[in-house]
Design a protein. Sequence first.
Length: 382
Amino acid sequence: MLLDWTMLGLGGLYLLFISVLWKGWVRIPKTKNGKQAQADLKVSVIIPVRNEEGKIGQLLTDLMQQDYLASQFEVLVVNDRSADGTVAEIEMLQKEYGKSRIKLFHLSGTEEGSPKKKAIQIALSQAQGKLILLTDGDCRVGNAWISSFVAEYHQTGAKLISGPVAFFQEESLFSRMQSIEFASLVGSGASTIGLGKPTMCNGANLAYEKSVFYEVGGYGDKEQIASGDDEFLMHRISQRFPNGIRFLKDEKAIVRTNTSCSLSGFYQQRKRWASKWKAYELNYVSLLAVAVFFVNLTLVLSPFIWALGFCSLYGLLSLWVIRMLSDFFYLRRVMAVLKLRFFWGAFGLLSLVYPFYVVIIGLMANIGNYQWKGRTFAQNTD
């Protein structure tokens, strides 16, 4: 049947796509140990927070235990109108470590635009560091997190450095599936950076020169979009400095956070992430997003195509098997670098439901609003 060859051809194209990602992944060198020349670079760590009681204290303690020279980095926390004990937790640690090391700022509620982008801009205006590091209030970092970024910066002179983010691996099947799915996003973003065509990064682990933020005009006309404080900026810097983006393939640089506890929380998060694809300025990024959507749409429709007799079982299985094996070999390598265990059961189930998830999220990302940090945001607005 003609559609059998079509299915096989699509499988071959997917294999080629994963092979290209693999090429980008292996191109990224591991950063050498960078203990040398640590004291010559001032670093500012920026953390926007909203309702992170019980988590922000752990992160700040992690930061106060860094192996980087204490006098050479500062932490700037911007509170986005938290309604819990977040501020009290920060103030308690300020008393322990000093307000010169942990600086606290507040959004007043009168600022226009994206709250997170505004929080970052407020901190940037007060930051003393040449290199800016960003993470989120619900994350954890190792004691060599700062020094690993400084080493990469010294060795490459990168204008923006994207770092690895991974979930804490929990026992539930849902958490393990999230961990694998998220590793695929981190790996894809890293691979495209390795290919010189940056697509994705994560604001939970990001570094850039303070001066570069202002040189490219910050977020430009994307200021009103609630999310995208990471990718929109990376794309703007990439346009200005085509060779200035790096991915930090170093286990010491890994930032870890928790998976979503509920299906609704997971849905809202992914809907928020997907909602900004239409605002991408780089054509190849939008084209990739559309291509991924249609490949998964084909997978979703393939059982119906087979049931209607338009393709054989061989044609149906060829597409699914090629896609699953391609993902397996690629993800095993990515997860090894992220220090994540590979669970066969979670991977198998994820492989079956993932196409349906991509199609649903892709469609719903253009419909209605989404929830974030207890607030409702309209699509591509503040």
